[in-house]
Design a binder for this molecule. Structure first.
Ligand code: SAH
Length: 391
């Protein structure tokens, strides 16, 4: 990573999550800000109090979800005073862009500054006609996976529903007028199922015909594997995709790579995922970050195959993204291929995830880590870094 030097020695000791660190305290959240994409009822009330006609709500919703405006002054079909009052009381983008990077493969990453000064990341990826956004759900993460940059500084707080939706709308605005986001992956910073109440509001907005209008089948929630929360997620009764971060085929190894597993165990994770499949009919994806010399041996692949063989499962192999301050690395490509082959030989659907935006540290909380460990941050807000021409 060409920005590796940014993160030099300053990272504090690895945060160790408390044994049951699956939620953060409620008082860690700031006052939930109102947002026009989330608090539709109170926005309708606000409009009614001002004596606005009922069709204003439709106009406003259209602007929020189906136009490219960044601020209400651009909504020229609205009366001027309403526009300025909306801008004051219902801003679309209250959290400014602290950095915007564009990779050679046109992956774009935004770093947003929240009202309490915290930072979060979100990413737009382009693949043929797909426009996929990856969004964060917490400031930091409590899960402590040893190969992940997001958890290095622990968890600070849950994001509000508005802060999560704002990421989607910000990334939506990066697309030309004739393109829309086609897929959402909740795979950014944080453990989404540890913030399920807010996540649920977000998913409602994303899938509602009055909101962004995406099919639940185009939304994937990735979890470290919290069984109770997986069941509650299944109880929403909608066909969202579930991705479970397994990373190891036995508890001894998983306990080392994914510390929360010590209190959960693989059997309980798989049982909850099986329930999710029964409940929603959606094939579960198991994510497996391949770390050179740790969990990437052919014997691991065979053990994983035995575990998943009886299930309707898909394995997504993710060669580890290097994190400057961590002593782990991805396997050599032939070893990754061998791992995949073994799974395929056992009739397990297995794909290797294509790396996106590697030249902008797009993956896994690395940009936030840099601002936290090496301020001041040098990128300028809203000015895309030009994709560099060097390999
Ligand atoms: N907390 C959730 C979602 C966020 S992480 C979860 O654990 O699934 C999204 C995925 O990226 C997870 O599978 C996670 O293990 C993986 N990941 C984390 N750090 C990584 C790294 N350095 N390289 C590759 N994948 C990583």
């Amino acid at each position: 990573m060409h920005h590796a030097s940014f993160a030099a020695a300053a990272v504090p000791r690895r945060y160790s999550p408390p044994a049951s660190a699956t939620t953060v305290p409620a008082d860690a959240s700031p006052l939930p800000p109102r947002h026009p994409a989330v608090d539709l009822e109170s926005l309708a009330g606000w409009l009614a109090e001002r004596g606005e006609p009922a069709f204003r709500m439709r106009q406003i919703r259209h602007r929020v979800f189906h136009s490219s405006i960044d601020n209400w002054d651009q909504a020229t079909e609205l009366p001027r005073t309403l526009r300025s009052d909306l801008q004051r009381h219902w801003p679309l983008f209250p959290n400014p862009v602290a950095a915007h990077r564009v990779a050679r493969d046109r992956t774009e990453k935004l770093l947003l500054t929240l009202s309490d000064g915290e930072h979060i990341e979100c990413v737009l990826m382009r693949e043929r006609r797909r426009r996929t956004v990856c969004i964060s759900t917490q400031v930091g993460c409590a899960m402590g996976c040893v190969f992940c940059a997001s958890g290095l500084l622990g968890v600070k707080r849950n994001l509000t529903a508005a802060e999560v939706i704002e990421q989607v709308l910000r990334l939506d605005r990066l697309l030309p007028a004739d393109e829309r986001i086609t897929n959402v992956v909740v795979m950014g910073i944080g453990e989404p199922l540890a913030n399920l109440a807010n996540l649920q509001r977000v998913l409602d907005v994303l899938t509602s015909s009055e909101g962004y209008g995406l099919s639940p089948r185009r939304i994937t929630v990735s979890t470290v594997g919290l069984p109770d929360a997986i069941r509650r997620f299944g109880d929403l009764g909608k066909p969202f995709n579930l991705a479970v971060s397994l990373h190891a085929p036995n508890d001894e190894l998983r306990n080392r790579l994914v510390p929360v597993n010590r209190n959960i165990g693989i059997a309980a994770v798989l049982a909850a995922a099986d329930d999710y499949f029964r409940r929603t009919g959606r094939r579960v994806t198991y994510e497996y970050v391949l770390i050179g010399g740790l969990n990437d041996a052919p014997s691991h692949a065979r053990q994983l195959a035995a575990l998943l063989r009886p299930r309707c499962a898909h394995v997504n192999l993710i060669p580890m993204n290097p994190v400057a301050v961590l002593p782990y690395h991805e396997p050599a490509p032939p070893r990754t291929r061998r791992f995949q082959e073994i799974l395929l030989q056992h009739d397990i659907a297995a794909t290797v995830r294509k790396r996106k935006g590697a030249d902008i540290d797009a993956a896994c909380g690395q940009l936030r880590l840099q601002v936290r460990t090496a301020p001041p941050f040098s990128d300028t807000a809203d000015t895309p870094t030009t994709p560099s021409a060097t390999p």
